[in-house]
Design a protein around this ligand. Structure first.
Ligand SMILES: *Cc1c(COP(=O)(O)O)cnc(C)c1O
Ligand SMILES: [Zn+2]
Length: 420
């Protein structure tokens, strides 16, 4: 049973059938999936959702699928961690980390969007799927395609981290790196998508793909006991996840799963790729493309496809946005790791670094509930912090060599309680 009605142009409202289409023929606006919310309202309940498996399909009434989805049986439903030690350092009483560093199977938020896109690719009968990627999308498409029995061809800009290349090729994907940045890759892929009959998850399957990002927001609300947080801070690259989390929160109210509650949604970008933040701060709708230059490669997009909708969602909610420099990103990665035991990739460092700025500016207050969105795993981007950690001490396997360094470990006063 599906509650999807059709595709609809976000700009002029023109309707289209459920097909691999993504732009309006009349006005070139982006197409989005529409639902029959009255029917969904009658069909869903908190109890029914609670009884379902812990994956993103527990919200299937609000996703564009019919029948049992085949992709992503363990994707989504990642932890929402109360962050007490980090909260104490930041002076916040109700701080949570939404932790997509442990999303199955490729350790980023992209497992959500790709679960939906690959399900639709199967429905539409594509045998090859593809994407333009800054890295995490690549690994997700490659892995989910492998499991669905589809071929995959992946396009990335040169210079992405080794973990993203190895982590795509290993699944049997054909990886092509382009001499240029993500925006060059994306332009080429649009041409390829027009010419060859492939399912590009973030081009001709984009309306379905982007709907998967709503599950990040659905989970946050369910995990807070069907309440919305006062604040949620999200990173922006192409501009998918931020407006879709805002849409998710609104849909939950619309179908009666959440009763009221205002939320502010805040945008985080790396200073070296911050076209949306520049527009926000200049109070304009005009997003001027930039040439990305940052260690936060997974969010290094200079000309975001949905940047306008990020601005709109942020402004509508009364939220704000800031950017973080590379050193601030690294400090925040270390802060999160040291206080909460979570190793984020630079996108997560960006989000936390921006949260610190929002607190300092008084936009987030001590007793408000705050969700910091950690969207990718640091084990895939070791290069970013490899030179910013304390190198290991190297000694011979001799007790007297250890004795010589023991004092320097700074733990001399601990009692030997429990040691026989
Ligand atoms: C893709 C990505 C994002 C956000 O990208 P959007 O295109 O704005 O949805 C954030 N964090 C990580 C780790 C990503 O891979
Ligand atoms: Zn249109």
């Amino acid at each position: 049973m599906s509650y999807v009605t059709n595709l609809k142009c976000r700009e002029c409202g023109q309707e289209y059938p459920i097909k691999p289409l993504h732009v309006c023929e009349d006005c070139f606006g982006p197409l989005e999936v529409s639902y029959d919310y009255a029917k969904i309202r009658a069909a869903v309940s908190r109890a029914a959702i609670a009884a379902r498996p812990h994956n993103l399909w527990r919200y299937r009434e609000l996703l564009p699928v019919d029948g049992e989805p085949e992709a992503g049986p363990f994707s989504g439903f990642t932890p929402l961690l109360p962050a007490r030690r980090l909260g104490a350092e930041l002076g916040l009483k109700k701080l949570y980390i939404k932790d997509d560093t442990v999303n199955h199977p490729t350790l980023s938020y992209k497992d959500r969007v790709v679960s939906v896109a690959i399900t639709k690719a199967r429905d539409f009968g594509f045998s090859t799927v593809s994407c333009a990627s800054t890295g995490n999308l690549a690994t997700a498409v490659a892995a989910h395609a492998a499991r669905a029995g589809l071929k995959s061809v992946i396009f990335m800009p040169e210079g992405v981290e080794a973990g993203k290349i190895v982590g795509s090729s290993i699944y049997g994907a054909r990886v092509i790196t382009i001499r240029g940045n993500y925006d060059d890759v994306n332009r080429l892929c649009s041409e390829i998508a027009d010419k060859y009959g492939w399912g590009f998850v973030n081009i001709n399957l984009r309306p379905y793909y982007t709907e998967g990002a709503k599950t990040f927001g659905f989970e946050v609300a369910e995990q807070l006991g069907w309440k919305l947080p006062n604040h949620i801070v999200l990173p922006t690259a192409g501009g998918t996840i931020l407006p879709k989390v805002a849409k998710a929160f609104k849909e939950l109210k619309e179908v009666g799963l959440v009763h009221g509650g205002e939320f502010k949604i805040h945008c985080a970008q790396a200073a070296g790729a911050a076209p949306v933040i520049h527009a926000l701060h200049k109070n304009t709708d005009l997003i001027t493309p930039v040439k990305p230059d940052t260690i936060a490669k997974s969010i290094a997009i200079g000309n975001p496809a949905d940047g306008f909708y990020v601005l709109r969602a942020v402004r509508e909610s009364g939220g704000w946005g800031e950017m973080a420099s590379d050193p601030e990103i690294i400090d925040a990665i270390k802060l999160l790791a040291r206080t909460e035991g979570i190793f984020a990739e630079p996108a997560g460092g960006t989000t936390l670094a921006v949260t610190l700025k929002l607190i300092a500016a008084g936009r987030i207050k001590a007793d408000e509930s705050v969700v910091v969105s950690i969207t990718g795993n640091g084990y895939k981007t070791l290069e970013a912090v490899a030179n910013s950690i304390e190198p290991p001490l190297v000694i011979e396997a001799r007790l007297k060599d250890f004795d010589a360094i023991y004092e320097s470990l700074g733990d001399g006063k601990r009692s030997l309680k429990g040691v026989a």
